[in-house]
Design a protein around this ligand. Structure first.
Ligand code: ADP
Length: 184
């Protein structure tokens, strides 16, 4: 088994370097913010690549349900992306570690996977939620992300291919190290 992959029953959890907007998967996850109105980083990239239909749907969700609280996620179509769906997930801002950040981060991964399973998709790509502008330390975030996904993949659902699309070497290396640790 390569160091960037883990088999959990019939499901695969894998790590790759790359741009999540180009992934050929059923759903990609966006590291959104509570406004759901787009932003910088991966959020900006997804809205740029996906076109205005995604923002339009986000606006409708805002009108009917208000802001998306930290730890929550909502699902829209994928607009011009190859992915059929975008799951907009609001990770926690890092405040030093005593503001429930770890639980909120685990919750946002669980919530996203629950939406993916409800949409009956098989493949999902995640970015490294909260470790960019939100400042969550990547060593801790990667351990939380992989543990949460691994636990989810042990349960029965349509989701059988979860990939992390990591944008820089340092983040990729942190996830590879975290995967080694949860494998043993
Ligand atoms: P957050 O606000 O949740 O920290 P950011 O978008 O600032 O979200 O960063 C999250 C991670 O996404 C960072 O590691 C950043 O480098 C990465 N990222 C930025 N653009 C892309 C992209 N197109 N594909 C995948 N990851 C990306």
């Amino acid at each position: 088994m390569p160091d960037n992959q883990l088999q959990i029953g019939k499901a695969t959890l894998s790590l790759a370097m790359g741009d999540i907007t180009r992934q050929e998967v059923d759903a990609i996850v966006n590291a959104a913010n509570t406004t759901l109105m787009g932003g910088g980083g991966v959020d900006g990239a997804i809205h740029r690549a996906g076109g205005p239909a995604i923002l339009q749907e986000c606006k409708q969700i805002r009108e009917t349900s208000g802001r998306c609280q930290t730890g929550c996620a909502v699902i829209t179509g994928g607009g011009n992306l190859k992915a059929r769906y975008v799951i907009h997930a609001v990770g926690p801002i890092w405040h030093g570690g005593n503001a429930n950040e770890a639980t909120l981060l685990a919750g946002v991964y669980s919530h996203s996977l629950k939406l993916a399973a409800e949409a009956k998709v098989s493949s999902v790509a995640f970015p490294s939620i909260s470790t960019g502008a939100y400042g969550f330390p990547v060593v801790l975030a990667s351990a939380i992300a992989l543990t949460t996904v691994k636990e989810f993949l042990r349960t029965e659902s349509t989701v059988n291919d979860v990939r992390f699309l990591l944008f820089d070497n340092q983040t990729y290396d942190a996830y590879v190290n975290a995967l080694k640790k949860i494998d043993t």
